[in-house]
Design a binder for this molecule. Structure first.
Ligand code: GTP
Ligand code: MG
Length: 198
């Protein structure tokens, strides 16, 4: 793997089986594998370029393991993240309880990152509305209260996946963190150039 400069660190959090790995698979590789479920161990990393305006940013995406025994590890991955995508399964209310745990935890940490709530597996709801366990309006109310963005996605059909990551990248592009980073890089470049002319 080549070492790639990452502009923005994005972390995926949420209960096991909600579909975090599938979300990344769909976004990065445009595919959905409906084979046997393989839980993530520890975390997986992928760098992905994304176009915002006239710039190409590289997102460094950390896909964490949802199983509770990995909870302490997940904390390591959200440090320094500018965005957290907290996932819940639209067909599993217990995953929404877990989402609230992560959202509260993110809000209590010093270095705050922007929070995106992602309700997964919307294709299952579209096929059978009676299996929805998390109401859209309840999730929206909670998102507003927590100043988070809400997306309902399907990694099977691709619904709202590009939109979610595009919003993450655009919000970062418009943030002061991005301005500071750009200025720091320009200063660094000038200093290095100055150095070579001696
Ligand atoms: N129908 C449908 N199934 C999905 C979707 N996303 C994920 N799944 C299925 O849900 C199961 C769990 O998906 P994963 O992506 O492995 O879940 P995870 O959140 O990464 O799980 P951990 O790594 O254990 O934290 C798999 O069997 C997926 O095929 C979706 O959008 N639609
Ligand atoms: Mg996983």
């Amino acid at each position: 793997m080549s070492s790639q400069r990452v502009d923005a660190k994005v972390v995926l959090l949420g209960k096991e089986y909600v579909g975090k790995t599938s979300l990344v698979e769909r976004y990065v590789h445009k595919r959905f594998q409906s084979g046997p479920y393989q839980n993530t161990i520890g975390a997986a990393f992928v760098a992905k370029p994304i176009q915002v305006g006239d710039k190409v940013l590289t997102l460094g995406i950390w896909d964490t393991a949802g199983a509770e025994r990995y909870e302490a590890m997940s904390r390591i991955y959200y440090r320094g993240a500018c965005a957290a995508i907290v996932c819940y399964d639209l067909t599993d209310s217990s995953s929404f309880v877990r989402l609230k745990f992560w959202v509260k935890e993110l809000q209590n940490c010093e270095q705050q990152c922007k929070i995106y709530m992602c309700g997964t597996k919307s294709d299952l709801i579209e096929a059978d509305r009676s299996i929805r366990q998390v109401d859209y309006h309840d999730a929206q109310d909670y998102a507003e209260e927590m100043k988070a963005e809400l997306f309902e996605t399907s990694s099977k059909t691709g619904r709202n996946i590009d939109e979610l990551f595009q919003k993450v990248a655009e919000d970062f592009y418009n943030s002061t963190a991005f301005q500071v980073m750009t200025e720091e890089r320009e200063t660094d470049l000038r200093q290095r150039k100055g150095c070579c002319h001696h």
